[in-house]
Write a protein of this length. Structure first.
Length: 296
């Protein structure tokens, strides 16, 4: 879709309010337009704690992992030599496979001179889609949020294939705005989520840890050449480290969210902010206006 805009909501560390911003920005936008929200934090998806949608399976996600026929295998060691992830070890009479290291690239299967390696599908997790509820005519939400989430199976170590599939679905949406709630941090799942986005909101907090991890996140989005702005959450309970960072580097501060007992109360009950009181609607309206101004 030509006019589609994909916005990521990220954070250098967990617990800064990333999910709160992603969910409430999506709810604010849904007052006037259709929005699709994706929860890419597949190791701990939390968006639906606030949306409370009935979810249904949409797509299984997995990798093709090697299976060695020991009767055919000559134990030449070529597969282990070529595997850059060290997922195979070849002993004189046995091939050992470490599935938690395998990335499913298929090189071992292609390179085996005796065709002793075949591939089997291994399920990593699942993508779910929300059922679309009917909208009360009196509701403030004139349009509907379509919601997708991915879940990594317990014990699995590789999250990026699920994030990759969610991104493919995201880019195929026929809506103007798509919001991605990205994983926290700056590791491989975050890089996978950030690729090809139009804009990134970096959510932080005014603490030494918040500042440190925000700097890492900023360097990452700079490397990927993605425009970004900063949301400073609970800005009035820490020091002024984030404001100094913004001023010294001429970064864009999109919004400051106060430490508010009403926010804590709503959050602890799994309730969104937008739609409860006018001040929170205005707060996320301010955020959206700042994003539009930044990208006009």
């Amino acid at each position: 879709m030509e006019s589609q805009t994909i916005i990521g909501v990220a954070s250098g560390k967990g617990g800064t309010g990333k999910t709160t911003v992603a969910v409430n920005l999506s709810l604010y936008l849904s007052k006037e337009q259709e929005v699709v929200l994706f929860d890419l934090d597949v190791e701990e998806p939390n968006d639906n704690h606030f949306l409370k949608r009935t979810m249904e399976p949409f797509q299984e996600v997995g990798l093709m992992r090697p299976d060695v026929d020991e009767e055919i295998c000559s134990h030449c060691g070529l597969c282990a030599e070529l595997c850059e992830f060290n997922a195979l070890a070849v002993l004189p009479n046995q091939v050992m496979i470490f599935p938690e290291l395998c990335h499913g690239c298929g090189l071992c299967t292609l390179s085996c001179p005796l065709n002793a390696i075949t591939e089997r599908f291994h399920k990593l997790g699942i993508v779910r889609k929300s059922k679309t509820p009917s909208i009360d005519e009196s509701s403030i939400y004139k349009k509907q949020i379509t919601f997708f989430e991915g879940t990594l199976n317990v014990g699995e170590a590789i999250a990026t294939p699920i994030i990759h599939e969610l991104k493919k679905i995201a880019f195929n949406q026929q809506t103007e705005y798509v919001i991605l709630d990205l994983p926290p941090g700056s590791a491989c799942p975050v890089v996978e989520g950030l690729n090809d986005l139009d804009y990134v909101i970096l959510v932080t907090e005014p603490t030494p840890a918040g500042e440190h991890d925000l700097k890492i996140a900023i360097e990452l989005v700079k490397i990927l050449n993605i425009p970004f702005g900063i949301v400073n959450n609970r800005y009035d309970i820490g020091d002024d480290c984030i404001n100094r960072l913004v001023e010294e580097n001429d970064y864009t501060l999109l919004l400051e969210i106060p430490h508010d007992n009403e926010i804590l109360h709503l959050y602890s009950h799994g309730l969104p902010l937008v739609g409860t009181t006018k001040k929170f609607d205005e707060l996320f309206g301010k955020l959206w206006n700042a994003i539009k101004e930044e990208n006009k």
